[in-house]
Design a protein around this ligand. Structure first.
Ligand code: UDX
Length: 454
């Protein structure tokens, strides 16, 4: 639709946050919308800047963040999110004003598409009278959790959950109290986490549209419930990584040598182990993981990211005796091309923290998961993976003997066969979402039409 005879506003300004698990889906979404004919500007922080040369079709604009790197590097996520929302509003608004003042009639801004963690963008959009579209890079269940249960720690919550139980079908009943509680349990005071959730929820309430990296068949009930709560249209157009061509957005250098190592392994024999880009663990926990892998007697490929061991800058955190024991069947790298690994025929299982990207990437390749959540939405994701979809097994304790049992069950024992089979079925369902007429395919077309109507 053209307004006052001018060409349609066609430029989408994406605002990204500086976390790997958010940069990946945001740039994938930008790629998808570019393929729908929109022009893209990516506004990003100086810290953890994406690499513009990987996306020559986009315009990149860094804004001043004044972030203390130590805060981010020490994994203070809450502090980082608060700081960047405080520091970035003025430079972002200034940049947007300059852009709108000098735009020509055939390259006008249509809307701001922003990562939900960058909630200040909503104020900027309002000030400039532009539509603001929020992107949630985690599951729809996360939004549901934020809005329906904003105060899970308060008295009366359990009876509220009980009274609602009948209203919910298996999908939402499966999100048990334990997980909802666990999702706010971090090193931060619960009130600080809940306050952040409330701010994000309020931005979602006021947004012009909500884009979620999910597939309808995974979260039908959560999607329906949140659509009842919010006025804005919800577009579940995931999995982003499958709808966009694979381009690496890794902040760390990917060690591709592990692909040639995998090429030499038998089909479905290797357990891929990675805990994403933020999780950290104690040295003792790391040793339990290591000896669990060693004692499982199965091949494994482990991403041992710098910073994985909390408070330690050990370059070689693993003992020599362990390395000797596994040298024939273990491959350890600092950062891997994860999507390629999960798609490799030698990978038969994924031990994951269940970050939402890892969960979706595993589902799309039909790889069953061994799940050990660490914080936040990971607890909800594990509940879905292991208890509702049943494409994974939950590891209750980081203890070497329990790890061995769980790995063998996932990878080889007869008991794990149902999970392995269901993982394959889920891959097929995911494919159906993406093809013509599938839920994500249709939702994406609706989204493109929606944006064009601004
Ligand atoms: C964070 C939160 O922890 C997670 O719970 C939330 O859902 C998203 O933000 P992160 O912990 O990094 O993300 O996990 P995840 O969501 O799985 O994202 C990690 C990304 O890094 C994935 O896209 C994965 O493919 C990629 N990755 C990971 C690599 O490319 N190489 C690696 O070696 C490890």
């Amino acid at each position: 639709m053209e307004k006052l005879g001018k060409p349609k506003a066609n430029r989408l300004v994406f605002l990204t946050s500086p976390f790997q698990g958010h940069i990946n889906p945001m740039l994938q979404l930008a790629t998808i919308l570019h393929s729908k004919g929109f022009s893209i500007t990516i506004v990003h922080l100086q810290f953890n800047s994406p690499n513009p040369s990987n996306h020559p079709q986009f315009t990149f604009k860094p804004i001043t963040d004044n972030l203390s790197e130590s805060k981010v590097l020490q994994g203070d996520i809450l502090g980082t999110v608060k700081a960047l929302n405080k520091n970035c509003q003025v430079p972002f608004e200034l940049y947007m004003k300059q852009m709108t003042e000098k735009e020509d009639s055939d390259d006008r801004i249509s809307c701001i598409v922003y990562d939900g963690l960058m909630y200040f963008a909503h104020t900027v959009a309002n000030n400039l009278k532009l539509p603001g579209i929020i992107v949630r890079t985690s599951a729809a269940a996360g939004i549901f959790n934020f809005t329906v249960f904003p105060h899970p720690h308060q008295q009366g919550y359990i009876s509220l959950l009980d009274s609602m139980a009948e209203e919910f079908s298996t999908e939402l009943q499966s999100l048990k109290l334990k997980e909802l509680h666990a999702s706010i349990k971090t090193e931060y005071p619960p009130d600080a986490v809940l306050e952040l959730r409330a701010i994000i929820t309020s931005a979602i309430k006021d947004s012009s549209a909500i884009i979620i990296n999910t597939m309808s068949y995974l979260e039908r009930e959560a999607l329906t419930k949140i659509q009842d709560i919010f006025n804005a249209s919800i577009f579940p157009v995931g999995p982003f990584h499958k709808l966009a061509p694979t381009v690496s957005n890794s902040l760390l250098q990917e060690d591709r040598s592990c692909i040639s190592w995998l090429d030499k392994q038998a089909p479905k024999s290797v357990l891929y182990v990675s805990f994403g880009s933020i999780v950290s663990m104690t040295e003792d926990e790391l040793l339990e993981v290591a000896w669990g892998l060693a004692n499982s007697e199965l091949p494994f490929l482990w991403v041992l990211r710098p910073g994985l061991v909390r408070g330690s800058d050990l370059l070689e955190p693993l003992p020599e005796i362990f390395k000797k024991r596994v040298e024939e069947r273990g491959c350890i790298v600092e950062w891997a091309p994860q999507q390629d690994l999960l798609a490799h025929s030698a990978v038969g299982g994924f031990w994951t923290h269940c970050g939402w990207n890892s969960t979706l990437e595993s589902i799309c390749e039909g790889v069953p998961m061994l799940c050990r959540p660490f914080f936040g939405d990971q607890f909800l994701n594990v509940r879905y993976v292991c208890h509702l979809w049943r494409v994974g097994l939950e590891l209750e304790e980081l203890e070497r003997e329990k790890i061995v049992k769980a790995i063998r069950k996932l990878m080889v024992d007869g008991e794990g066969e149902e999970v392995r089979q269901r993982a394959v079925e889920f891959k097929e369902k995911a494919k159906l979402c993406q093809i013509e007429g599938g839920s994500s395919y249709c939702s994406l077309n609706d989204l493109a039409e929606h944006i064009s109507s601004y």
